[in-house]
Design a protein around this ligand. Sequence first.
Ligand SMILES: Cc1cc2nc3c(=O)[nH]c(=O)nc-3n(C[C@H](O)[C@H](O)[C@H](O)COP(=O)(O)OP(=O)(O)OC[C@H]3O[C@@H](n4cnc5c(N)ncnc54)[C@H](O)[C@@H]3O)c2cc1C
Length: 376
Amino acid sequence: MTLAARRILIIGGGFSGMSAAIELRKLGAEVDLVEIDPGWRSYGAGISLGGATLRAFRTLGILEAFLAQGSATDGVHICLPHGVKVAELPTPRLAGPDVPGGGGIMRPVLARILGEATRAAGVNVFLGCTFTAIEQDAEGVEVGFTDGQRRRYELVIGADGLYSKVREAVFPNAPRPRYSGQAVWRAVLPRPAEIVTATMWMGPRVKPGVNPVSKTEMYLFVTEPRPTNDHVDPATFAQRLRELLADFPAPLLRQIREQIGEDSKIVFRPLEGLLMPQPWSSGRVVLIGDTVHATTPHLASGACIGIEDALVLAEELGRTADVAAALRAFEARRWERCRMVVENSARLGEIEVAGGDKEEHARIMRESLMALAQPI
Ligand SMILES: Cc1cc2nc3c(=O)[nH]c(=O)nc-3n(C[C@H](O)[C@H](O)[C@H](O)COP(=O)(O)OP(=O)(O)OC[C@H]3O[C@@H](n4cnc5c(N)ncnc54)[C@H](O)[C@@H]3O)c2cc1C
């Protein structure tokens, strides 16, 4: 079987890195994956997924596990602050006629599904480990590790996320992540019977939403404009989240607000973005996922484009014996789609922060979701 690189190292065991590992094992590559967190944990509440992500899950072979442990539904409901539904965004069924066009799942559950698939694929996983040095020559890459080992690879994939050390080492002049002026609050709550799919309430500048993550639970997210990225005392989280929902008279949101108390598990996260200009590779080191294109979550597609990177990279490496040609083809296929997600998500955030044109917001949402439905 043609394969541009047979000994491959992946640095970072997030959604993108694990997906790359699974796909490359299918092609017969020998894959090492190093993950800095000894517990391989995944933080945060729920994650929303569009049809393109479910299509990628089908390719990866984890769709059945997702359907069993997460929630798959059609359409996104858009409501006014007092609760009237004004629009329903279509979510085309991209993973097959029998699979709804979107869904949600708890992040740690998705991480566990992918982690199990990674190990089952025969990937060598090294936890609590990272690189200390990456040195390239014409034929390969020599990598030193924190456990004292040194190994040689034909390709290194940097998938270590927004604050990537691989990016720092290989592209010292790459742009830094940029704060967007918006933060998001998230909490996991029991799912009322009325919540059947992703639902958002469009306030003037604050946008709450919910999405089911299982048969019994949903997660709440609330975006808030915050001009500066200041520390927020966790002791104030519950009170602040309740304040943000105070201007929404929708009965369902009132009911949800009542459930937020001091013992609720609330996650607060300032939103940052990054779009690294091409090239995304240097010699035999290539970057994927948030490492090169971290998006704010307005299109719920950050994980999607990272996982798609992994599928496309594996496809291109499996088409030729020439690493440079494969990496060029990978970038050419990925650039426009990833740029669209990062830039359109940023624009949606700007409109929300400014209390801007709701029609422009709805148009960008619709056009972006349609663009994401295209084949990768
Ligand atoms: C608040 C918020 C909400 C979001 N909501 C959604 C959503 O609803 N839907 C969606 O599709 N996307 C969403 N996203 C985006 C999505 O979470 C990311 O795009 C996705 O997790 C990126 O995966 P990744 O594997 O590229 O990077 P990461 O998830 O950052 O994974 C990087 C991995 O590398 C490891 N690592 C870090 N440094 C090193 C090192 N030096 N050596 C070895 N390992 C290292 C980390 O521990 C981690 O396991 C959201 C993002 C945010 C911030």
